[in-house]
Design a protein around this ligand. Structure first.
Ligand SMILES: Cc1ncc(C[n+]2csc(CCOP(=O)(O)OP(=O)(O)O)c2C)c(N)n1
Length: 680
């Protein structure tokens, strides 16, 4: 293709980017104008997609890291017809799909929500791992490339260390990342904050690195050709680009390379929007257009893509005909279908830590749920994901036949990788670490709540009972953070997360079942390090059977006077359910006339979603509630009313063996008894 038309298309993207921000009176034009040449050549000459079906599952993926460069992406997708010009004109407005930072919308070609710098390209690494996983099972007809676009901010964010290390270590030859290196960030030049050798850094991690002029069509094309042909390593293309490329002042001088154009309309920064639009070949009175020759060019581009799609679909179909069972399995992976699973088969170890029960569940699922990928941030023996690992093997360079990712010590990276796998599709991602380190993962949890992607988080060592590891390792306020997220709906009106703190082996198995069936949000499992005594069975067949109503968020575990209105309700979740029960038993010895009900509330968010009728049935309004939590009292405060009480923790950092802490902090049978007695 002749470069005149190619450059006209890039100018069209620049023009639309500047005009969008100008009209919205807010946004980030400078970076978008510099990155336009790369994205245009990538989309028109390299990226394989179906112009008639953006969700085509065999497509190449494109992940944008710097969400603030959204005008560039929207303008590019407008050239494909996936955004209307009226939507481009409505950039950043209420109800418009052209939000300030892009949001996941596969049907318009947006593969990921982006905004927090660094996460977007890490999602791409996750997607690239997912692709290798699928190819190792289903062969080359499902292979494709994953592209990422990163900027200075993403390179500087710490998460890039994890993403770069793991992509290099696993030799992700299907991953190609363009680094828009314009030497300008939000408030300074890049040179003012770092002197690192970025190329050397990525090479040390095992990447192939190419450095080019990122505004030169021929150099971009050549680099992409080399990158696509690479068979051993992920490829980083460092493109030296010009911030605010083509900007002019009123007197016609260049206004390129200005920090001020990072995050405001170019006219505010000091450029002249009219002069710039003319310079880019447009009409200042009517900037929101696709040039005729560019529109023609993209017609041809789309026709070429259709030819590719036809050939790829045919190849995939032929493979399916030759491998009908595998083809069915591929479809079931893509549709996230679960096989028939009888969770009641899982051994219910009595009085064991819930992390160990979770390990048993993982052992049960390994080999049955064949598309489940489990990761641990170097804690597999502690978080019990090793039970899964022992039945498979860890990914390694050139071998993705296993289903385990040794993420190393990088919790935030791990969360983003798993989210990227979920975005790719075909995989049920699970990751694990200690609960206290959930703090390292929250930004990604929040992002996946917005994207509604079902990553399962296993967080073990869920209370102050981490014992002698105490000062830094005690989660106390962490459950409260998840309960807050449970209250927070995303802007589609859906819950952000499902946070489950199961009370014993039956509930832990049931919690896993709930997590696997939850396709709409991330699921979080909070599990104990220490043994948890079971509340004895009172006629139920098993702990698992007793927990059958746990999927309503809260249910009755035990009643002294079955079916009668209680005088007192004891409420807890996790390990505190049995502590309260033990206290209640001592109390009942003295006072067996009082009708006591024990309620387990595995998820207060889920309980609040139930009908008023159900909630009233479990926690009748006029009955006193005494609640116990190993976290902040606020976890259960909403459920005890003005007459009830919550016994919880309001401090952190003490260090001692867990039984000593239980005693000191009041979490023994005797102290639970005193709490009940004094609270009644
Ligand atoms: C985690 C995170 N921290 C801070 C920001 C705010 N922010 C948005 S863009 C930006 C600077 C990015 O510079 P660069 O990546 O070079 O983009 P360019 O200036 O080239 O557009 C910052 C600090 C953010 N979006 N995410």
């Amino acid at each position: 293709m002749n470069n005149n038309t190619v450059n006209r298309a890039a100018d069209n993207i620049r023009l639309l980017s500047a005009a969008m921000v100008e009209k919205a009176k807010s946004g980030h034009p400078g970076g978008a104008m510099g990155g336009a040449d790369f994205i245009n050549i990538l989309y028109s000459e390299f990226l394989n997609f179906d112009p008639d079906n953006p969700a085509w599952d065999l497509r190449d993926r494109f992940f944008l890291d710097p969400g603030h460069m959204s005008p560039m992406l929207y303008a590019q997708l407008a050239l494909l017809g996936w955004y209307k010009m009226s939507e481009i004109e409505n950039f950043r407005q209420w109800g418009s799909p052209t939000t300030g930072h892009p949001e996941l919308d596969i049907n318009r070609g947006v593969e990921n929500t982006s905004g927090p710098l660094g996460v977007g390209h890490t999602l791409a690494v996750g997607a690239a791992i997912a692709e290798r996983f699928m190819v190792s099972r289903f062969g080359n007809s499902v292979s494709h490339k994953t592209y990422a676009f990163i900027s200075d901010g993403g390179i500087q964010e710490e998460i890039s260390q994890g993403a770069g290390r793991i992509a290099g270590f696993l030799g992700l030859n299907n991953l190609i990342m363009f680094y828009d290196a314009n030497n300008i960030q939000l408030s300074t030049k890049v040179d003012d904050v770092t002197s690192e050798d970025t190329a050397g850094k990525y090479e040390a991690w095992g990447w192939k690195v190419l450095t080019i002029n990122g505004n030169n069509a021929d150099e971009i094309r050549e680099a992409l050709k080399i990158a696509v042909a690479e068979t051993e390593k992920p490829v980083l293309i460092i493109g030296r680009t010009i911030m605010g490329k083509s900007l002019l002042t009123a007197s016609g001088d260049s206004f390129e390379n200005q920090i001020s154009t990072h995050g405001q309309p170019v006219s505010k920064a000091g450029a002249d929007i009219g002069k710039t639009i003319k310079n880019l070949g447009g009409d200042p009175q009517n900037p929101f257009v696709i040039f005729d020759d560019v529109a023609d060019y993209y017609k041809t581009v789309k026709e070429n893509k259709r030819q590719f799609v036809k050939a790829k679909n045919n190849e995939h179909k032929q493979w399916g005909l030759a491998n009908p069972e595998l083809a069915d399995k591929y479809k079931s992976f893509i549709n996230r279908e679960l096989p028939e699973l009888d969770f009641s088969e899982i051994a219910q170890a009595e009085n064991s830590p819930t992390r160990s029960v979770s390990g048993k569940v993982l052992e049960f699922l390994a080999g049955k749920v064949e598309n489940m990928v489990v990761a641990s941030a170097d804690l597999s023996n502690s978080d019990k994901t090793e039970n899964f690992l022992h039945k498979t093997k860890a990914f390694e360079k050139g071998d993705f036949s296993g289903a385990f990712l040794n993420a190393g010590v990088s919790e935030l990276t791990m969360a983003a990788l798993m989210s990227g796998m979920a975005l790719h599709g075909g995989i049920i991602p699970v990751c694990a670490t200690f609960f206290v380190f959930s703090d390292y993962m929250k930004p990604v949890l929040r992002l996946s709540a917005l994207m509604e992607i079902p990553v399962i988080y296993i967080w073990t060592h869920d209370s102050f009972r981490v014992g002698e590891d105490g000062p830094t390792h005690q989660p106390v306020e962490h459950e409260a953070q998840l309960r807050l997220l449970e209250q927070l709906k995303n802007h589609k009106g859906n819950p952000s997360v499902l946070a489950l703190r199961p009370a014993g082996s039956g509930e832990t198995i049931a919690a896993w079942e709930m997590a696997l069936k939850n396709h709409k949000t991330p699921s979080c499992l909070m599990l104990t390090r220490q043994n948890v005594a079971e509340v004895e069975l009172h006629g139920e067949k098993s702990y698992y059977e007793r927990a059958k109503n746990v999927d309503k968020g809260a249910y009755i575990v035990y009643e002294t006077h079955k079916g009668e209105n209680p005088d007192l309700i004891l409420l807890a979740n996790g390990s505190e359910v049995s502590t309260l029960y033990e206290g209640a038993k001592l109390f009942i010895k003295e006072n067996n006339l009082l009708k006591i009900r024990l309620v387990s509330i595995i998820s207060s968010g889920l309980f609040m979603q139930q009908t008023n009728e159900y909630r009233e049935q479990i926690l009748p309004n006029n009955v006193k509630v005494l609640a116990m939590t190993a976290g902040l009292p606020s976890n259960l405060q909403p459920f005890v009313g003005s007459k009830g009480k919550v016994f919880g923790l309001d401090h952190f950092g003490y260090s001692a063996p867990s039984q000593v802490l239980d005693d000191k902090f009041g979490f023994t049978a005797e102290k639970a008894y005193s709490f009940i007695k004094s609270g009644i």
